[in-house]
Design a protein around this ligand. Structure first.
Ligand code: GTP
Ligand code: MG
Length: 250
């Protein structure tokens, strides 16, 4: 089982103060309405309906949180007796002085994916924009746990002005990967042109961000393109920061 396959729904949040008060690193999926954020989460996690995807733009209206655990391969013991991704049992002394065993199936959470509402849905009611600012926008600017951003952009549209605005919302020290999604809708030649144009744009520094903090990948949720590269990035972002949080072995 891979890291992203361990994803488990945690909560739907419509106010920032309801976000978990822990320090797990979070990776936010952001982008225009209907770009394919929820679909990307589902395919990366190998699940059909972990996040709700829909043809109707504006489907995701809240922050949806999915916790990730350490996969079995990362554990010291890989025998079948230890279910994937659990803390090995150990003896702990309770405040009463009594020795007791930790529960066998305590998951080791190492990070979280966050599905966000889309922006730029032309027919949305006027309040939607300020709603986005208040929730997703504020999340991107204020959330200390935010470790990286996956910006989902329809490869046929390229980077829109709204996407560029989005890049300005995200603090410069937060790395961003732009997934040029729905690449299945383009021919091979058109895809190559799109990715080349995007890379040139990044290199030319037109997007405010340095090359090191912004990269782009071709992606398709339906045709499973770009999955391995994206998963690898997520793994590095999370495990880079998770080492310190791993429990002591028994
Ligand atoms: N052909 C193709 N269709 C896709 C791809 N990714 C998503 N879609 C379709 O695009 C539509 C929108 O997908 P969602 O994943 O719901 O998009 P979203 O960005 O989460 O949308 P909101 O939550 O409304 O902001 C759905 O009909 C998906 O099936 C893709 O890679 N290729
Ligand atoms: Mg969605």
């Amino acid at each position: 089982m891979s890291l992203l396959q361990t994803a488990q729904f945690l909560d739907t949040v419509v106010r920032l103060e309801h976000l978990p008060k822990d320090d797990l690193p979070e990776i936010a999926f952001v982008g225009r309405s209907n770009a394919g954020k929820s679909s990307a989460i589902n395919v990366l996690c190998e699940r059909k309906r972990l996040a709700f995807a829909s043809k109707t733009p504006g489907r995701t209206q809240a922050l949806n949180l999915f916790n990730l655990r350490l996969p079995a391969s990362a554990m010291e013991r890989e025998d079948n007796d230890v279910a994937d991704n659990v803390v090995p049992r150990k003896l702990v002394r309770e405040s009463s002085g009594r020795l007791s065993e930790t529960p066998r199936l305590t998951p080791v959470w190492i990070g979280r994916l966050v599905d966000t509402p889309g922006y730029g849905y032309a027919e949305a009611p006027i309040h939607t924009k300020s709603q986005w600012d208040r929730l997703a926008g504020s999340y991107l600017q204020a959330r200390k746990n935010l470790r990286a951003v996956v910006l989902i952009s329809d490869v046929r549209r390229g980077l829109t002005t709204l996407d560029e605005d989005l890049l300005r919302w995200v603090a410069p020290h937060i790395p961003v990967v732009m997934l040029l999604t729905k690449a299945d809708k383009l021919t091979h030649q058109e895809r190559l042109r799109a990715i080349k144009a995007m890379k040139a744009k990044i290199k030319a520094g037109e997007l405010v961000r340095s090359e090191a903090m912004l990269q782009s990948l071709l992606f398709s949720a339906t045709h499973r393109m770009g999955l391995d590269e994206t998963r690898e990035l997520i793994k590095v972002w999370l495990l880079g920061s998770a080492e310190a949080q791993q429990p002591e072995s028994a």
